[in-house]
Design a protein around this ligand. Sequence first.
Ligand code: IYR
Length: 224
Amino acid sequence: MGDEPRVPLEFETRPESEMRARAKAFYEEMRTRRTVRDFSDRPVPRELIEHAILAAGTAPSGANHQPWHFSVIGKGPIRARLREAAEAEERAFYQSKASAEWLEALEPLGTDESKPFLEIAPWLIAVFAQRRGGPEPGDDRKNYYVNESVGIACGLLLAALHHAGLATLTHTPNPMGFLSDICGRPASEKPYMLIVAGYPAEGATVPVHALKKKPLDQIADFLD
Ligand code: IYR
């Protein structure tokens, strides 16, 4: 290794019984996460979003360049513009662009081009993936494993928001170019995902289809 400064790893070794309990408790908590599409307009403290984003920012990333930017959108006037632009893309998607096979796959979710949550939910988090950057502000170096890094950060963000007690939706209007304009982000950043966070609307429902997660033997195998 080079002569870059290093410090001893801080690592808490726990009793195995505690580890088992924690592993199970985390799974039990995460399995209650649902993608929500009916949001309440009940306000959510900004601090919850700030901490969830800080948690997302701990994600591992290529060369630790942290190639992400989170544009957090409150309830200001850009919401109407954003909804209009997103719904225009979604209309094109549902009415002509999506293949019959794709529409059939979406059928159990009951989604369509109407996206009222974009105006109702207290917070929208637009996630951007930076093709260039670096660990320090103002760096302009090539970033690596950008999709993998930003995907992991989004996973942590969703877990953190759920852990804090918020409902979330991963929304991926396609294409998402309008998000760059609305959020004032440069063309070197790819709009990656829009995450909606808030409380579910009273009486919100979720599709039974989405409750069914594959069992362990269908998603993993253990090789000696
Ligand atoms: N972006 C569209 C369509 C959509 C696509 C998939 I794949 C989903 O899992 C859900 C929706 C929309 O948001 O309606």
